[in-house]
Design a protein around this ligand. Sequence first.
Ligand code: PLP
Length: 416
Amino acid sequence: MTMLEPCQTSYDLAARRAEFPILHQQVHGRPLVYLDNAATSQKPQAVIDCLQHYYSQDNANVHRGVHCLSERATAAYEAARDRVRAFIHADRREEIVFVRGTTEAINLVAQSYLRPRLQPDDEILISTLEHHSNIVPWQILCRQTGARLRVIEISDAGEIDQASFQRLLGPRTKLLAVGHVSNALGTINPVAEMIEQAHTQGVPVLVDGAQAVPHLAVDVQQLDADFYAFSGHKVYGPTGIGVLYAKQALLEAMEPYQGGGDMISKVTFEHTDYNQLPYRFEAGTPNIAGAIGLAAALDYVDAIGLAAIAAHEQQLLEYGSDALQRVPGLRLIGTARQKAGILSFVMEQAHPHDISTVLDQFGVAIRAGHHCTMPLMQRLGLPATARASLALYNGPDDIDALVAGLQQVCRLFGDR
Ligand code: PLP
């Protein structure tokens, strides 16, 4: 097989790569090729510096102290909230709740918003594409309330079946919870249209944006999303920090998710008055450094521009799809018309775990498994896929290294 010509682009890939120190190392004697970005992305020096600065200069608890460090930490933490608000184009800072990640955001909505509003036989609507984080919290809720989980079908290409959506959306539906971009297949779902349709029936919508925020410009007001969740660590920020965006009117009508410090305005043994938004939903000491680091990551992404990142990644996705399809015995899984950042595949010759073990020996990091989408794998009739997932620092040379590793898989495992 001949290597493809690197794609032509004005994107300054070398400059981008230089900003990520972790990429400049060898793994098993080969230059690291990191293609596991859907699991977590690497951090630019700007984020690392920001965390180092925070812990070496400003570290203190927020909101409670009157001393200088606490005021600095509070100012930086609240500035991070403003940064997130601007990044996703929310209307108000009160609508930005810092959480641990997408998982916690969805659990918060399940327990604080939906649980008190559900009756037995009410329905929660999700799609076949969902990550376990957007399945299991609803199942727990169904067990607690007697409500039912309904699942929108998908096509073999991995696109949401709109006819199935129309059929299932009905008077019993109390929430639509849908991923913006599939972590297993890369499908970009038409969430704006789905939100519009759900709203015609008075159904609120939660969008799981974990895989969208690193790749697409998100405007929660334009989408008219009621809830939008994402994780900092997938958008070049720290682990342990994420965001729940929720429309203010919804947050105002919700009970707190957890009780503790900071979420109160007055406590007696008889009664507690809760704090104003968004603090009512941030019980306990938050991940202060995480929020500040996330803001640095969003600054970093904005300085490059999501349009430039998306164009670069889209070009790379096409290059990668072409290159992979030339590997003997390889089948791409997930061929939706609109995709972002994911190349999922299986090979006749080898199990995905064997593929990723061989690739690791070449310094190429990909993921193999069910990608926390077991029901999707069942629908596709597969136990697992191998998945290469892209970030702004990947280039055609990374795809070439992946393909070279896959050729080695072909040699090692031969015809089956
Ligand atoms: N939703 C999707 C689509 C994801 O890809 C992930 C993580 O892989 C999650 C939710 C969960 O994110 P986290 O583990 O950061 O809470």
